[in-house]
Ligand binder design. Structure first.
Ligand code: DGJ
Length: 547
């Protein structure tokens, strides 16, 4: 029996009897380990045994120290966030080889519990935005044992080679220690998900051109990849100009998979990877992309090489609305749950939350949400002022009280989500017998076309705000919410006898809809106008009969 198995079996023997039941450790309820469930092309993140929606926020890169945590919680509270994404760095847990320090992790767990937040832990190891900057000094400085990739001219490239068994073993050992710590100190699963590595790949040099790399590159593609893609032959035969990138993707994904597999053997938490994106529709130049990372066009390579990775998510810092939507659609697949692990924290990004949850997404997380004073402008906000925070806080406030209900419904029922496009054009969907249209920059009362009363446009009319999400609850009932949007229901076939039977504002209690009031008159005559209040509506539709 190995040491881990021995400790596990001792732990079973040591389950406290009634006499010990009052001790604080025994009082901690053991909850089922979170997991991703997929059914009929839809996905749910299961936390504490039920679907959970990540109303997330990611801290800045260097906020992973106990001294910084106090700068994080107030911002998450102000945003109504329920989950913090935060790094844990290899350099911080294993500064000296073989000597592990989990004091930060314990403080993080303690404080998260006090502040009632769940954690997504980001393992900054061999790759952090492709670079080995978060590896311990004993890794960084030993290029013989932990070799960097070689460029075609034989020069060292800054990225650690994914082909190195030493690097894999050392990184995996540290990562597994982290997961062991969670197994032993996080029985209540404060940590709900883990991201092994961060934005993997290599910029400029698409693969390792070392002798070993060249040898492997000349071989046939692996059988698992051939099976998955139907391709065959050598890397060059199978992938042409993309071959160096496809090759590196396979080896990076296999490396990350080895971490995830070993970690899951200890505690089977959901594990995902995040992508530095390279365009929403183009196949990128292998030297102009984080070659090896899980960009949308190489997801099949990741799926074949990394079955222990539950999904890949896009890190979105693209301000064009059509591009954002394309990214969401590219990562929302029957074999890939949609989660946005990072999105810019300027106000204009908040509206895409609706587009994410409307696609059945399991989470959304603006990046750089803490009071450390650091701003990643121009990727994100110039300033995180009250107005900026408010754009994220409003949709989160809408979902926070019903997030379990929304996540449960979105796992089972058709959903739709939309965000104001850059050109301000209406968006619509047909759900069941009804066409649902979202329009932007409308007042709450009246029509834009009314010229007989002079009126100013609403202050948000020309701002990049606004979005809505809808779930079809049954043939004739819909859950609707949003902000800075007008949502209108019209019979999809133009039937003249279609009517809105009722519009109830309310919430869910114990999984049941509870109405607080009925909207009618001015509140429904001009569509359903959501502006700046967290409101959830249940719309009941019908077709009257004259017989
Ligand atoms: C994407 C990375 O994943 C983050 O850690 C961070 O570096 C941002 N880019 C930029 O602020």
């Amino acid at each position: 029996m190995n040491k881990t198995a021995l400790i596990a079996s001792l732990a079973l023997w040591m389950v406290p009897g009634p006499a010990l039941a009052a001790s604080p450790a025994a009082a901690i309820a053991e909850t089922p380990v979170p997991c991703i469930e997929s059914r009929n092309g839809r996905h749910a993140l299961i936390v504490d045994g039920a679907p959970y929606l990540i109303l997330g926020a990611q801290a800045n890169n260097s906020s992973n120290y106990p001294a910084m945590l106090g700068d994080i919680w107030p911002m998450l509270d102000a945003m109504n966030a329920n989950t913090l994404e935060i790094p844990i760095a290899w350099e911080q847990v294993e500064p000296v080889e073989g000597a592990f320090d989990f004091s930060y992790l314990q403080t993080l767990l303690d404080e998260a519990r006090v502040h009632n937040k769940r954690i997504v832990l980001l393992w900054f190891g061999t790759w952090k935005n492709t670079s080995p900057s978060y590896t311990p000094a004993w890794v960084k400085l030993d290029n013989k044992r932990f070799p960097r990739m070689k460029a075609p001219d034989g020069a060292d490239h800054y990225v650690l080679s994914p082909l190195s068994k030493n690097t894999l073993e050392a990184d995996r050992r540290a990562f597994v220690k982290v997961i062991e710590y969670l197994r032993d100190h996080d029985r209540q699963n404060t940590v709900i998900m883990v991201q092994p590595e961060n934005e993997t790949g290599s910029y400029r040099v698409p693969r390792d051109y070392s002798a070993e790399g060249n040898g492997l590159f000349a071989r046939q593609i692996p059988a698992a990849l051939a099976r998955r893609t139907g391709k065959s032959g050598t890397w060059e035969q199978a992938y042409g100009k993309q071959a160096p990138r496809a090759f590196n993707t396979w080896y990076v994904a296999s490396f990350v998979n080895a971490l995830a597999e070993a970690g899951k053997a200890v505690k089977p938490l959901p594990m995902y990877v995040n992508a530095s994106l390279a365009g929403p529709s183009n196949v990128p130049d292998p030297t102009g992309v984080a070659s090896g990372g899980p960009q949308w066009d190489v997801l099949d390579i990741w799926k074949a090489a990394a079955p222990a990775i539950d999904f890949a998510g896009p890190d979105i810092y693209d301000r064009e609305s059509a591009n954002v939507i394309q990214y969401l659609d590219k990562y929302n697949r029957p074999d890939n749950a949609l989660m946005v692990p990072e999105i810019g924290n300027s106000a204009m990004y908040a509206r895409f939350f609706w587009a994410v949850i409307g696609r059945g997404g399991i989470g959304f997380s603006p990046f750089g949400m803490d009071n450390s004073g650091f701003l990643n402008y121009p990727l994100g906000a110039k300033k995180i002022d009250e107005a900026t925070l408010g754009t994220f806080a409003l949709p989160y406030a809408t979902l926070a009280p019903i997030m379990r209900d929304w996540a449960r419904i979105a796992f089972a029922r058709p959903t739709w989500g939309t965000a104001k496009p850059d050109d301000n054009t209406p968006r619509h969907i047909v759900m069941g017998k009804w066409k649902i249209t979202a329009t932007w920059g409308e007042r709450q009362f009246g029509e834009k076309e009314w010229t007989w009363l002079q009126a100013d446009p609403p202050p948000w009319a020309d701002k990049p705000v606004g979005g809505a999400a809808v779930a079809q609850l049954s043939d004739n009932e819909y859950l609707v919410m949003g902000d800075h949007v007008r949502v209108r229901f019209t019979p999809a076939g133009g039937e003249p006898n279609g009517v809105i039977v009722s519009v109830e504002e309310g919430t869910f209690r114990n999984g049941q809809w509870v109405k607080t009031r009925v909207w009618n008159g001015d509140q429904t005559d001009y569509g359903l106008n959501f502006v700046d209040k967290p409101q959830v509506l249940k719309v009941t539709t019908g077709f009257y009969s004259s017989k």
